[in-house]
Design a protein. Sequence first.
Length: 437
Amino acid sequence: MTEKEDTSKLEKLNAVKGMNDILPPDSARWEWLEDKVRTLMALYGYRNIRTPIVEPTALFVRGTGETTDIVEKEMYSFEDKLNGEALTLRPENTPGVVRAVIEHNLTYDGGKRLYYTGPMFRHERPQRGRYRQFYQLGAEALGFAGPEVDVELMLLVHELFGALGLRNVRLEMNSLGLPAERQMHRAALISYFEQHPGQLDAEAQRRLHSNPLRILDTKNPAMQALVQNAPQLLNYLGQTSLRHFDSVKSLLTACGVPWSVNPRLVRGLDYYSHTVFEFVTTELGAQGTLCGGGRYDGLVKLLGGKPTPAVGWGMGLERVLELLAQQGQAPAAPTPDAYAVIPDADALPLAMQAIQALRAAGVSVQMHAGSGDGPGSMKSQFKKADASGARFALIFGADELAQNEVTVKALRDDSAAQRRQSLADIAAWAPTLQCPT
Ligand code: ATP
Ligand code: MG
Protein backbone atom coordinates (compact mmCIF):
# COMPACT_ATOMS: atom_id res chain seq x y z
CA MET A 1 0.00 0.00 0.00
CA THR A 2 1.42 3.39 -0.90
CA GLU A 3 1.63 6.17 1.59
CA LYS A 4 -0.89 8.19 -0.38
CA GLU A 5 -3.59 5.54 -0.25
CA ASP A 6 -3.00 5.15 3.44
CA THR A 7 -3.40 8.87 4.19
CA SER A 8 -6.69 9.13 2.35
CA LYS A 9 -8.25 6.70 4.77
CA LEU A 10 -7.42 8.66 7.90
CA GLU A 11 -10.39 9.90 9.78
CA LYS A 12 -10.91 13.64 9.90
CA LEU A 13 -10.51 15.14 13.35
CA ASN A 14 -12.63 18.00 14.60
CA ALA A 15 -12.37 20.42 17.49
CA VAL A 16 -13.90 19.36 20.79
CA LYS A 17 -17.56 20.31 21.13
CA GLY A 18 -18.00 23.76 22.65
CA MET A 19 -14.38 24.70 21.90
CA ASN A 20 -13.96 27.09 18.99
CA ASP A 21 -11.28 27.94 16.51
CA ILE A 22 -10.86 31.68 16.16
CA LEU A 23 -9.92 32.20 12.54
CA PRO A 24 -8.96 35.14 10.36
CA PRO A 25 -10.51 37.52 9.57
CA ASP A 26 -12.44 37.17 12.85
CA SER A 27 -9.23 36.91 14.88
CA ALA A 28 -8.49 40.53 13.89
CA ARG A 29 -11.46 41.59 16.02
CA TRP A 30 -9.88 39.79 18.96
CA GLU A 31 -6.59 41.57 18.43
CA TRP A 32 -8.38 44.88 18.15
CA LEU A 33 -10.16 44.21 21.44
CA GLU A 34 -6.93 43.10 23.10
CA ASP A 35 -5.20 46.30 21.96
CA LYS A 36 -7.95 48.40 23.55
CA VAL A 37 -7.64 46.37 26.75
CA ARG A 38 -3.87 46.85 26.93
CA THR A 39 -4.09 50.59 26.41
CA LEU A 40 -6.75 50.98 29.04
CA MET A 41 -5.09 48.77 31.64
CA ALA A 42 -1.92 50.80 31.28
CA LEU A 43 -3.91 54.02 31.81
CA TYR A 44 -5.27 52.64 35.07
CA GLY A 45 -1.99 51.17 36.30
CA TYR A 46 -3.04 47.51 36.08
CA ARG A 47 -0.21 45.07 35.30
CA ASN A 48 -0.51 41.87 33.35
CA ILE A 49 -0.28 38.51 35.15
CA ARG A 50 -0.10 35.12 33.40
CA THR A 51 -0.75 32.05 35.47
CA PRO A 52 -0.94 28.38 34.39
CA ILE A 53 -4.04 26.96 32.76
CA VAL A 54 -3.78 23.84 34.90
CA GLU A 55 -3.99 24.21 38.67
CA PRO A 56 -4.49 21.80 41.59
CA THR A 57 -8.17 20.85 41.80
CA ALA A 58 -8.15 21.81 45.47
CA LEU A 59 -7.55 25.46 44.50
CA PHE A 60 -10.96 25.69 42.83
CA VAL A 61 -12.77 23.54 45.38
CA ARG A 62 -11.66 26.00 48.03
CA GLY A 63 -11.35 29.18 45.97
CA THR A 64 -14.37 28.94 43.69
CA GLY A 65 -16.46 27.12 46.28
CA GLU A 66 -17.75 23.61 46.70
CA THR A 67 -21.41 24.61 46.38
CA THR A 68 -21.03 26.51 43.11
CA ASP A 69 -22.21 25.22 39.71
CA ILE A 70 -18.62 25.41 38.55
CA VAL A 71 -17.23 23.02 41.14
CA GLU A 72 -20.34 20.86 41.37
CA LYS A 73 -20.56 20.05 37.69
CA GLU A 74 -18.53 22.15 35.28
CA MET A 75 -14.85 21.39 35.86
CA TYR A 76 -12.54 19.48 33.57
CA SER A 77 -10.59 17.55 36.17
CA PHE A 78 -8.13 14.75 35.70
CA GLU A 79 -5.44 12.85 37.47
CA ASP A 80 -1.83 13.44 36.56
CA LYS A 81 -0.81 10.13 35.01
CA LEU A 82 2.62 10.21 36.58
CA ASN A 83 2.01 11.15 40.17
CA GLY A 84 -1.73 10.92 40.62
CA GLU A 85 -2.07 14.62 41.48
CA ALA A 86 -5.65 15.94 41.11
CA LEU A 87 -5.57 18.69 38.48
CA THR A 88 -8.15 20.91 36.80
CA LEU A 89 -8.26 23.13 33.70
CA ARG A 90 -9.01 26.53 35.17
CA PRO A 91 -12.73 27.38 35.02
CA GLU A 92 -11.95 30.95 36.15
CA ASN A 93 -8.78 32.76 37.11
CA THR A 94 -9.32 34.57 40.38
CA PRO A 95 -8.15 31.57 42.43
CA GLY A 96 -5.05 31.22 40.25
CA VAL A 97 -4.19 34.91 40.61
CA VAL A 98 -4.68 34.79 44.37
CA ARG A 99 -2.55 31.65 44.61
CA ALA A 100 0.23 33.38 42.65
CA VAL A 101 -0.02 36.53 44.76
CA ILE A 102 0.37 34.47 47.94
CA GLU A 103 3.05 32.19 46.52
CA HIS A 104 5.22 35.12 45.39
CA ASN A 105 4.26 37.42 48.25
CA LEU A 106 3.30 40.07 45.70
CA THR A 107 1.62 42.34 48.22
CA TYR A 108 4.72 42.61 50.46
CA ASP A 109 5.18 46.28 49.53
CA GLY A 110 1.54 47.30 49.26
CA GLY A 111 -1.50 46.74 47.11
CA LYS A 112 -1.31 45.29 43.61
CA ARG A 113 -3.46 45.88 40.56
CA LEU A 114 -3.43 42.99 38.11
CA TYR A 115 -5.18 41.89 34.94
CA TYR A 116 -5.23 38.79 32.76
CA THR A 117 -6.77 37.41 29.60
CA GLY A 118 -6.95 33.79 28.60
CA PRO A 119 -8.98 30.67 28.03
CA MET A 120 -11.17 29.19 30.77
CA PHE A 121 -12.83 25.77 30.65
CA ARG A 122 -16.27 24.76 31.86
CA HIS A 123 -18.26 21.68 30.96
CA GLU A 124 -21.55 23.40 30.12
CA ARG A 125 -24.14 22.86 27.42
CA PRO A 126 -22.76 24.81 24.45
CA GLN A 127 -25.03 27.52 23.04
CA ARG A 128 -24.63 31.07 21.82
CA GLY A 129 -22.51 32.92 24.39
CA ARG A 130 -21.80 29.75 26.35
CA TYR A 131 -18.86 27.58 25.40
CA ARG A 132 -16.67 24.95 26.98
CA GLN A 133 -13.52 26.89 26.23
CA PHE A 134 -14.06 30.63 26.40
CA TYR A 135 -11.91 33.67 27.01
CA GLN A 136 -12.07 35.83 30.06
CA LEU A 137 -10.53 39.19 30.69
CA GLY A 138 -10.21 39.83 34.39
CA ALA A 139 -8.89 42.52 36.70
CA GLU A 140 -8.10 42.11 40.38
CA ALA A 141 -6.95 44.66 42.97
CA LEU A 142 -5.44 43.14 46.10
CA GLY A 143 -4.57 44.96 49.30
CA PHE A 144 -7.07 47.82 49.05
CA ALA A 145 -10.06 47.89 51.40
CA GLY A 146 -11.68 51.18 50.41
CA PRO A 147 -14.73 51.66 48.19
CA GLU A 148 -12.74 53.77 45.72
CA VAL A 149 -11.06 50.65 44.33
CA ASP A 150 -14.42 48.95 43.80
CA VAL A 151 -15.40 52.04 41.83
CA GLU A 152 -12.11 52.15 39.92
CA LEU A 153 -12.70 48.58 38.76
CA MET A 154 -16.25 49.29 37.61
CA LEU A 155 -15.06 52.47 35.91
CA LEU A 156 -12.50 50.39 34.03
CA VAL A 157 -15.26 48.20 32.59
CA HIS A 158 -17.41 51.22 31.79
CA GLU A 159 -14.52 52.89 29.97
CA LEU A 160 -13.58 49.73 28.10
CA PHE A 161 -17.13 49.33 26.82
CA GLY A 162 -17.10 53.00 25.87
CA ALA A 163 -13.80 52.62 23.98
CA LEU A 164 -15.23 49.64 22.11
CA GLY A 165 -18.38 51.52 21.19
CA LEU A 166 -20.64 49.05 23.01
CA ARG A 167 -24.15 50.26 23.74
CA ASN A 168 -27.06 49.23 25.95
CA VAL A 169 -25.09 47.71 28.78
CA ARG A 170 -26.25 48.37 32.34
CA LEU A 171 -24.35 48.20 35.59
CA GLU A 172 -26.26 46.47 38.37
CA MET A 173 -24.88 46.11 41.84
CA ASN A 174 -25.64 45.04 45.35
CA SER A 175 -23.95 44.81 48.70
CA LEU A 176 -23.41 41.51 50.46
CA GLY A 177 -22.31 43.28 53.63
CA LEU A 178 -20.19 41.32 56.09
CA PRO A 179 -20.29 37.61 56.96
CA ALA A 180 -22.11 38.15 60.28
CA GLU A 181 -24.81 40.19 58.54
CA ARG A 182 -25.23 37.49 55.95
CA GLN A 183 -25.63 34.88 58.67
CA MET A 184 -28.65 36.73 60.05
CA HIS A 185 -30.11 37.17 56.61
CA ARG A 186 -29.45 33.51 55.80
CA ALA A 187 -31.42 32.39 58.83
CA ALA A 188 -34.32 34.66 57.83
CA LEU A 189 -34.15 33.38 54.27
CA ILE A 190 -34.23 29.72 55.28
CA SER A 191 -37.22 30.22 57.52
CA TYR A 192 -39.02 32.20 54.79
CA PHE A 193 -38.44 29.45 52.21
CA GLU A 194 -39.39 26.79 54.75
CA GLN A 195 -42.76 28.48 55.06
CA HIS A 196 -43.35 27.95 51.32
CA PRO A 197 -42.06 24.43 50.69
CA GLY A 198 -44.51 23.76 47.85
CA GLN A 199 -43.07 26.61 45.79
CA LEU A 200 -39.47 25.43 45.84
CA ASP A 201 -38.18 23.56 42.81
CA ALA A 202 -35.83 20.58 43.21
CA GLU A 203 -32.70 22.69 42.90
CA ALA A 204 -33.94 25.18 45.48
CA GLN A 205 -34.77 22.38 47.90
CA ARG A 206 -31.29 21.01 47.49
CA ARG A 207 -29.78 24.45 48.10
CA LEU A 208 -32.05 25.40 50.98
CA HIS A 209 -29.52 24.46 53.62
CA SER A 210 -26.28 24.38 51.65
CA ASN A 211 -26.52 27.74 49.93
CA PRO A 212 -29.93 29.45 50.30
CA LEU A 213 -28.63 32.77 48.97
CA ARG A 214 -28.19 31.14 45.59
CA ILE A 215 -31.92 30.43 45.42
CA LEU A 216 -32.40 34.18 44.90
CA ASP A 217 -30.43 33.75 41.70
CA THR A 218 -32.91 31.24 40.22
CA LYS A 219 -33.89 31.50 36.59
CA ASN A 220 -37.06 29.44 37.11
CA PRO A 221 -40.03 31.68 36.17
CA ALA A 222 -42.31 29.76 38.54
CA MET A 223 -40.24 30.88 41.49
CA GLN A 224 -39.99 34.57 40.63
CA ALA A 225 -42.82 35.72 42.91
CA LEU A 226 -41.49 33.74 45.85
CA VAL A 227 -38.02 35.14 45.37
CA GLN A 228 -39.34 38.67 44.81
CA ASN A 229 -40.83 38.71 48.31
CA ALA A 230 -37.96 37.02 50.12
CA PRO A 231 -36.13 38.91 52.88
CA GLN A 232 -33.59 41.29 51.37
CA LEU A 233 -29.99 41.23 52.45
CA LEU A 234 -29.84 45.02 52.21
CA ASN A 235 -32.12 45.24 55.24
CA TYR A 236 -29.59 43.34 57.32
CA LEU A 237 -26.58 45.53 56.62
CA GLY A 238 -24.89 47.38 59.49
CA GLN A 239 -23.36 50.88 59.56
CA THR A 240 -19.97 49.92 58.11
CA SER A 241 -21.47 48.03 55.21
CA LEU A 242 -23.97 50.75 54.43
CA ARG A 243 -21.24 53.38 54.49
CA HIS A 244 -19.11 51.35 52.07
CA PHE A 245 -22.05 50.86 49.71
CA ASP A 246 -23.07 54.53 49.88
CA SER A 247 -19.53 55.61 48.98
CA VAL A 248 -19.50 53.25 46.03
CA LYS A 249 -22.77 54.69 44.75
CA SER A 250 -21.81 58.33 45.16
CA LEU A 251 -18.34 57.86 43.65
CA LEU A 252 -19.80 56.07 40.64
CA THR A 253 -22.19 58.92 40.13
CA ALA A 254 -19.35 61.44 40.51
CA CYS A 255 -17.43 59.55 37.80
CA GLY A 256 -20.42 59.59 35.46
CA VAL A 257 -21.12 55.86 35.59
CA PRO A 258 -24.85 55.04 35.65
CA TRP A 259 -25.81 52.23 38.03
CA SER A 260 -28.81 50.58 39.64
CA VAL A 261 -29.22 48.37 42.69
CA ASN A 262 -30.39 44.82 42.11
CA PRO A 263 -31.17 43.32 45.53
CA ARG A 264 -31.18 39.85 44.04
CA LEU A 265 -27.63 39.98 42.81
CA VAL A 266 -25.81 37.56 45.09
CA ARG A 267 -22.81 35.33 45.50
CA GLY A 268 -23.33 32.44 47.84
CA LEU A 269 -19.86 32.23 49.32
CA ASP A 270 -18.56 33.38 52.65
CA TYR A 271 -15.43 35.02 51.37
CA TYR A 272 -17.40 37.71 49.54
CA SER A 273 -18.19 40.98 51.23
CA HIS A 274 -19.66 44.35 50.35
CA THR A 275 -19.85 45.16 46.65
CA VAL A 276 -21.02 42.72 43.97
CA PHE A 277 -21.82 43.86 40.46
CA GLU A 278 -22.66 42.76 36.94
CA PHE A 279 -22.66 44.48 33.56
CA VAL A 280 -25.68 43.13 31.71
CA THR A 281 -27.47 43.54 28.42
CA THR A 282 -30.88 42.41 27.24
CA GLU A 283 -29.54 41.96 23.70
CA LEU A 284 -27.88 38.57 24.12
CA GLY A 285 -30.79 36.46 25.29
CA ALA A 286 -30.12 34.31 28.32
CA GLN A 287 -26.36 34.91 28.09
CA GLY A 288 -26.69 38.61 28.88
CA THR A 289 -24.10 38.91 31.63
CA LEU A 290 -20.97 40.35 30.11
CA CYS A 291 -19.01 40.90 33.27
CA GLY A 292 -19.37 39.88 36.90
CA GLY A 293 -17.35 40.91 39.88
CA GLY A 294 -17.18 41.87 43.48
CA ARG A 295 -15.21 42.21 46.65
CA TYR A 296 -13.76 39.02 48.09
CA ASP A 297 -12.03 40.14 51.25
CA GLY A 298 -11.96 36.62 52.74
CA LEU A 299 -10.40 34.71 49.85
CA VAL A 300 -6.69 35.38 50.34
CA LYS A 301 -6.85 34.04 53.89
CA LEU A 302 -8.95 31.09 52.78
CA LEU A 303 -6.22 30.15 50.31
CA GLY A 304 -3.54 30.31 52.96
CA GLY A 305 -2.35 33.92 52.73
CA LYS A 306 -2.37 36.79 55.20
CA PRO A 307 -5.81 38.42 55.40
CA THR A 308 -5.86 40.83 52.43
CA PRO A 309 -8.83 42.77 51.10
CA ALA A 310 -9.44 42.19 47.41
CA VAL A 311 -11.89 43.03 44.65
CA GLY A 312 -12.10 42.10 40.98
CA TRP A 313 -14.14 41.10 37.97
CA GLY A 314 -14.20 38.66 35.08
CA MET A 315 -15.57 39.37 31.61
CA GLY A 316 -16.59 36.95 28.89
CA LEU A 317 -14.92 38.15 25.69
CA GLU A 318 -17.01 36.06 23.28
CA ARG A 319 -20.12 37.77 24.63
CA VAL A 320 -18.55 41.21 24.29
CA LEU A 321 -17.55 40.53 20.68
CA GLU A 322 -20.92 38.99 19.89
CA LEU A 323 -22.72 42.06 21.16
CA LEU A 324 -20.35 44.34 19.26
CA ALA A 325 -20.98 42.44 16.04
CA GLN A 326 -24.71 42.55 16.63
CA GLN A 327 -24.53 46.30 17.15
CA GLY A 328 -22.51 46.74 13.95
CA GLN A 329 -19.43 47.87 15.84
CA ALA A 330 -17.00 45.32 14.48
CA PRO A 331 -13.85 46.91 13.05
CA ALA A 332 -12.96 46.27 9.42
CA ALA A 333 -10.60 43.39 8.82
CA PRO A 334 -7.06 44.63 8.22
CA THR A 335 -5.68 44.59 4.69
CA PRO A 336 -2.08 45.02 3.54
CA ASP A 337 -0.96 48.37 2.17
CA ALA A 338 0.63 46.72 -0.82
CA TYR A 339 0.82 43.42 -2.70
CA ALA A 340 4.13 42.56 -4.34
CA VAL A 341 3.74 41.15 -7.85
CA ILE A 342 6.86 39.25 -8.88
CA PRO A 343 6.65 38.08 -12.53
CA ASP A 344 9.86 36.04 -12.51
CA ALA A 345 11.70 34.04 -9.84
CA ASP A 346 14.95 35.80 -10.89
CA ALA A 347 13.52 38.99 -9.44
CA LEU A 348 13.15 37.49 -5.95
CA PRO A 349 16.47 38.57 -4.37
CA LEU A 350 16.03 42.26 -5.21
CA ALA A 351 12.29 42.22 -4.66
CA MET A 352 12.56 40.63 -1.24
CA GLN A 353 15.21 43.14 -0.20
CA ALA A 354 12.98 46.01 -1.31
CA ILE A 355 9.96 44.52 0.46
CA GLN A 356 11.98 44.23 3.66
CA ALA A 357 12.98 47.89 3.39
CA LEU A 358 9.32 48.87 2.90
CA ARG A 359 8.26 46.84 5.96
CA ALA A 360 11.05 48.42 7.98
CA ALA A 361 9.51 51.77 7.02
CA GLY A 362 6.14 50.59 8.34
CA VAL A 363 4.44 49.57 5.10
CA SER A 364 2.61 46.25 5.30
CA VAL A 365 3.43 44.23 2.22
CA GLN A 366 2.03 40.88 1.20
CA MET A 367 4.44 39.11 -1.12
CA HIS A 368 3.14 36.96 -3.92
CA ALA A 369 4.17 33.38 -3.26
CA GLY A 370 4.32 30.91 -6.14
CA SER A 371 3.33 27.29 -6.43
CA GLY A 372 6.82 25.83 -6.52
CA ASP A 373 6.87 25.63 -10.34
CA GLY A 374 7.16 29.38 -10.60
CA PRO A 375 5.41 32.58 -9.61
CA GLY A 376 2.33 32.20 -11.84
CA SER A 377 0.97 34.45 -14.58
CA MET A 378 0.64 38.21 -14.15
CA LYS A 379 -3.08 37.80 -14.49
CA SER A 380 -3.35 35.39 -11.59
CA GLN A 381 -1.00 37.53 -9.49
CA PHE A 382 -3.16 40.59 -10.07
CA LYS A 383 -6.23 38.58 -9.12
CA LYS A 384 -4.59 37.71 -5.82
CA ALA A 385 -3.46 41.30 -5.34
CA ASP A 386 -7.04 42.40 -5.76
CA ALA A 387 -8.40 39.74 -3.40
CA SER A 388 -5.86 40.69 -0.73
CA GLY A 389 -7.55 44.07 -0.30
CA ALA A 390 -4.22 45.87 -0.77
CA ARG A 391 -4.47 49.44 -2.03
CA PHE A 392 -1.34 49.19 -4.17
CA ALA A 393 0.37 46.60 -6.31
CA LEU A 394 4.15 46.74 -6.46
CA ILE A 395 5.42 45.29 -9.72
CA PHE A 396 8.95 43.96 -9.65
CA GLY A 397 9.32 43.34 -13.40
CA ALA A 398 12.61 42.82 -15.26
CA ASP A 399 12.37 46.30 -16.85
CA GLU A 400 11.85 47.93 -13.50
CA LEU A 401 14.65 46.05 -11.75
CA ALA A 402 17.10 46.80 -14.58
CA GLN A 403 16.68 50.44 -13.58
CA ASN A 404 16.65 49.69 -9.84
CA GLU A 405 12.98 50.69 -9.74
CA VAL A 406 9.55 49.29 -8.97
CA THR A 407 6.16 50.16 -10.46
CA VAL A 408 3.50 51.30 -8.02
CA LYS A 409 -0.07 50.79 -9.25
CA ALA A 410 -3.12 51.93 -7.31
CA LEU A 411 -5.66 49.10 -7.11
CA ARG A 412 -8.63 50.95 -5.65
CA ASP A 413 -8.37 54.28 -7.40
CA ASP A 414 -8.83 54.25 -11.18
CA SER A 415 -7.91 57.92 -11.52
CA ALA A 416 -4.42 57.46 -10.03
CA ALA A 417 -1.62 57.11 -12.56
CA GLN A 418 0.86 54.29 -12.37
CA ARG A 419 4.29 55.49 -11.21
CA ARG A 420 7.87 54.29 -10.99
CA GLN A 421 9.78 54.61 -7.73
CA SER A 422 13.49 54.18 -7.09
CA LEU A 423 14.65 51.32 -4.89
CA ALA A 424 17.52 53.54 -3.76
CA ASP A 425 15.34 55.79 -1.60
CA ILE A 426 12.53 53.55 -0.38
CA ALA A 427 12.18 55.27 2.99
CA ALA A 428 11.46 58.56 1.19
CA TRP A 429 8.36 57.33 -0.68
CA ALA A 430 7.25 54.49 1.63
CA PRO A 431 4.80 56.78 3.50
CA THR A 432 2.83 57.34 0.27
CA LEU A 433 1.77 53.68 0.46
CA GLN A 434 0.57 53.78 4.03
CA CYS A 435 -3.08 53.98 4.85
CA PRO A 436 -3.86 57.37 6.37
CA THR A 437 -5.11 56.45 9.88
P1 ATP B 1 -23.53 32.64 33.74
O1 ATP B 1 -24.55 33.01 34.75
O2 ATP B 1 -23.77 33.24 32.38
O3 ATP B 1 -23.26 31.17 33.70
P2 ATP B 1 -21.32 32.91 35.54
O4 ATP B 1 -21.91 33.48 36.76
O5 ATP B 1 -21.03 31.45 35.50
O6 ATP B 1 -22.18 33.32 34.24
P3 ATP B 1 -18.74 34.11 36.01
O7 ATP B 1 -18.18 32.88 36.61
O8 ATP B 1 -19.03 35.27 36.87
O9 ATP B 1 -20.03 33.73 35.15
O10 ATP B 1 -17.79 34.53 34.78
C1 ATP B 1 -17.67 35.88 34.34
C2 ATP B 1 -18.11 36.04 32.90
O11 ATP B 1 -17.56 35.05 32.06
C3 ATP B 1 -19.61 35.88 32.69
O12 ATP B 1 -20.27 37.05 33.02
C4 ATP B 1 -19.66 35.59 31.20
O13 ATP B 1 -19.57 36.78 30.45
C5 ATP B 1 -18.44 34.77 30.98
N1 ATP B 1 -18.76 33.33 30.95
C6 ATP B 1 -19.01 32.50 31.97
N2 ATP B 1 -19.22 31.25 31.55
C7 ATP B 1 -19.08 31.28 30.20
C8 ATP B 1 -19.16 30.29 29.16
N3 ATP B 1 -19.38 29.01 29.43
N4 ATP B 1 -18.97 30.69 27.88
C9 ATP B 1 -18.72 31.98 27.58
N5 ATP B 1 -18.62 32.95 28.51
C10 ATP B 1 -18.79 32.61 29.81
MG1 MG C 1 -22.11 29.79 34.80
